[in-house]
Ligand binder design. Structure first.
Ligand SMILES: Nc1nc2c(ncn2[C@@H]2O[C@H](COP(=O)(O)OP(=O)(O)OP(=O)(O)O)[C@@H](O)[C@H]2O)c(=O)[nH]1
Ligand SMILES: [Zn+2]
Length: 352
């Protein structure tokens, strides 16, 4: 038998100062408190945290967390530690699959730096030709989507395999079938499935209670609420790296200027005939606008050069002596996801 001081597990739910810990070696969950020493040193315990548990009380299924292991990733909203996969769930129909919206989600998800895959649900609602077209289209974007139908329980094996032994967060717009999918993958989860359209659909999102569900074959899964237009407030200079098509081009060659924004600069390897290039330009424009707006509210000694063209159009040029806009740190990317999730919270609240 494992010595009591060797008990390790994963926090799957947090409520006030109590933590549900799923133990690694036993099919047991202990309701734990945390050592006051951890509290004193300001050690937060999050859903997803890997922890050491001591003083197990097997009769009452209680324990005490006395150590939190270092996190590999940390998201603030949803507050989940150690997530290592994002699955974007979209529907092929009902609601219709909008390329621009999908692209927006993809870019936002890419900006977290966490592994990403795409799942297209409701394949029962479209023709085989339409399915193949979408599949090929997404492959052209650099993704290999899982095409499934929760309704017909079709195409799930490959997705299930992808979820094994990972900590996955599902995200996607409202009504695409995320809750239905989770209920199918984990019958004991029993999330509420929307049966009506409109505002009532968001009901279950009013309580922000994150829980990781254990998948039958190992791995953990969390859901995030639906939202429709994630805001892209990323760094204009790294935006291109969130497009696999552009990454591929930048692997093959390099632009003449290190700070190329891939718009109209000479000898640019990114600009070209790829399908989502117009999306790139569109997102770039809003990223620049947002950055300008942020900079104008901060100090005057900023890192931007505002350029006003003869047409009156304002454009942005970074001053490259500041490294700040050159690279996203993992922390920055995680903060992006936090903001993303905050937006969906606000959207939920607006809907109430
Ligand atoms: N035809 C069809 N309908 C589906 C399928 N999967 C889910 N649905 C239906 O789609 C609707 C929305 O499903 P939900 O599971 O509530 O969607 P959701 O993504 O969780 O939505 P939010 O809770 O708003 O985020 C429900 O009426 C489901 O029955 C599918 O594969 N095919
Ligand atoms: Zn370029």
């Amino acid at each position: 038998m494992t010595a009591p001081d060797q008990l390790t597990g994963t926090v799957v739910a947090v409520q006030a100062n109590f933590y549900q810990v799923q133990l690694d070696d036993r099919a047991v969950r202990l309701l734990c408190t945390r050592r006051s020493r951890l509290q004193k040193i300001g050690q937060k315990v999050m859903v997803g945290d890997r922890v050491r548990v001591v003083e197990p009380d097997w009769t009452d299924q209680r324990g005490v967390i006395n150590e939190v292991f270092p996190r590999e990733t940390e998201l603030d909203r949803p507050p989940v530690a150690n997530a290592n996969q994002l699955v974007l769930v979209f529907a092929l129909a009902q609601p219709p699959l909008e390329p621009m919206q999908l692209s927006r989600f993809l870019v936002k998800a890419e900006s977290t730096g966490i592994d990403l895959c795409v799942c297209l649900n409701k394949k029962d609602l479209v023709s085989a030709t339409e399915r193949q077209e979408w599949e090929a289209r997404l492959q052209g974007w650099g993704y290999s989507p899982f095409l499934i139908s929760v309704e017909q329980q079709a195409g799930l094996e490959a997705l299930q395999k992808q979820l094994n032994d990972r900590t996955t967060i599902f995200a996607g717009p409202s009504g695409v079938g995320k809750s239905s999918l989770i209920n199918l993958l984990i019958p004991q989860a029993q999330l509420r499935v929307s049966t009506v359209s409109g505002k009532l659909q968001r009901g279950r999102h009013t309580t922000r209670h994150v829980e990781l569900f254990s998948l039958p074959n190992g791995g953990l899964l969390a859901d995030t609420p639906g939202f429709n237009q994630p805001d892209l407030n990323c760094d204009p200079l790294t935006l291109a790296t969130y497009f696999p098509e552009a990454r591929e081009r930048l692997k093959q060659g390099s632009c003449r200027f290190g700070d190329c924004l891939h718009r109209d600069e000479p000898d640019c390897v990114v600009r070209g005939e790829w399908e989502r290039y117009p999306h790139y330009l569109d997102f770039l424009k809003s990223a620049i606008e947002q950055l300008e707006a942020r900079e104008q509210t901060t100090d005057a000694d900023n890192s931007l050069k505002l350029k006003i063209k003869s047409s009156g159009e304002r454009s942005y040029e970074p001053r490259l002596e500041r490294k700040k806009y050159r690279r996203d740190s993992r922390r920055q990317r995680n903060q992006d996801l936090q903001e993303w999730c905050k937006e969906m919270d606000e959207e939920d609240n607006n809907d109430l």
